[in-house]
Design a protein around this ligand. Sequence first.
Ligand SMILES: *[C@@H]1O[C@H](CO)[C@@H](O)[C@H](O)[C@H]1NC(C)=O
Ligand SMILES: *[C@@H]1O[C@H](CO)[C@@H](O)[C@H](O)[C@H]1NC(C)=O
Length: 548
Amino acid sequence: MLRPTRAKRPAPSASLSLLVHSLRTRRRSWIILLAGLVALVVYGRSGSRRAGLSAHEASQLERRGVRFDRERDDEVGVVFPPLPKLQDRDRLWPPDLSKPICRPKIYVYDLPPSLRLAQKTVSQCRWSAYNSELLLHQLLVRPPSSEHPSPDHPYLSLYTSNPDEADFFFVPLFPACYLFDCWVKAGWTKTERCNVDEGYIQPVMRHIRETTPYWNRSAGADHLIPHPMDYVDGYYTETSRVAMNGSSYLVAVGDVRPAPYGSHFRFYRDVVIPSATHLLNSYYVNPLDYIDEEGHPLREPRGAADPRRKTQAVPTGVEIFQPSPQAAGAWRRKPFFRSLASKLMGGEDVERDRRTTLAIFRGGVGTATDGQRYALGIRSLFFPSEGDASEPPFSSTSHPGFSSLPGFDIAEQSENDDYARRLARTKFGLAPPGYTLDTTRIYEYLAFGVVPVFIGSGPTAGQVMPFANDVDWSSFSISIPRDRAHETPRILAQLSDEEHERLRLKVWEVGRMVVLEGREGNVWKLIARQLCRMKRLGVAAGPEIANN
Ligand SMILES: *[C@@H]1O[C@H](CO)[C@@H](O)[C@H](O)[C@H]1NC(C)=O
Ligand SMILES: *[C@@H]1O[C@H](CO)[C@@H](O)[C@H](O)[C@H]1NC(C)=O
């Protein structure tokens, strides 16, 4: 045996020659030993440092098939296999929205002319966010104007003129429009009511209760009444509220904060709908005149981008996702020509089709007397402040405002066409609260493919979003709590382009469905899902019951 032993310890020079000899004669054993040592060191370092595991634990895991990714030193280090796709898609939420839960039939009362809103009032309301109640009514009772309407159009799929086959009853009572018109006439004295209770709500409700059997049958439980104002039915007298109370309200503000906010929204009974917006539903500014069918900005907006449309545009309905006919230069948007053009222009064309502004906001900061009531103080961060809390933007500290930052397009207002052009080129839309958590700008963002950034509002701030049972708002928006509002620029700057693109695609695919429009009538489809749940239609327990 050439191996040195304790008993017969060789001199240093002798052990060196022994080592050399052994290296020569037992090369294989040495190589194996060295390789083993190296492996142990590498395993020990990578495995334990990255996954918090000892070399021993790591090798145990490897034996069970766990692979360590040695390239990604900064991360967990363990790569688990992705789960295979589920065969049964219906086990997942959010649901496939193209599959209805049930197909409820909705009857719409036809009120005698004396109980209908005056045409003047309706025309006035068309310019308010409460317009949503008129649009929802129109979508149900008017045959679609297009030649090849979607079979899902609410008139074709939900409306019935036969009350005996109806599952639900829509009451064409529009008190928000009545009040809007009243307040315009009263110079915005919001305590004015113009006899809305005895002169409008109560006669309509009496008519419905007394001339048809349907209300009494369920004490109104299968009746729908629109209330798209912030305080829902809180504007009316006790008598009016009792008269409507049995029904479900279609409300624009779902707010579960403590009173006074949450005291009006009846979580267990009401359906949250989107607001109408000035830009989309009053001026009929059509997003598809500014962005293409994939939601990317057009190099030049189409012909209909005309600021005169307020006075000249004919209210044609609510088809806001129908591109205007004057599609000047449409050939340039065809993928073939676009890629050709971009080759010829050295990529310049592609460059100009991208969203280059990081964040946009158009809106005010309230008044000096609003205090915390307005926007929870959040908008005070948006504009430059001298640190005087009594002056706009009502901030007690001095700061340059988000508006000073590159990539932030923040101003109190814009002309409609200008705003639309800017929306088309912006990645994120800031959505702080106003007087309420809900602001109509969210729907403008969604319609223009802009990713909403809720700041102290939205699904994590006590706001019940429209159709939250079916639509995963978190998949196409960002939520920043109020106490991190000041970090908004940093949070947005840190989002990668890939993350933005992921959110943007979801805005385009799902978020856009909650915008009030008339071609598909998606909003009614989503309301219908909620109605199915109310009557447990199509949701009865199946054969399988899970206990854990
Ligand atoms: C429904 O009930 C109310 C009283 O609760 C009554 O005045 C009304 O006539 C009833 N409607 C019908 C159609 O019977
Ligand atoms: C409305 O109905 C609920 C019960 O569903 C009741 O508790 C409440 O007092 C009613 N409110 C009014 C104003 O009638």
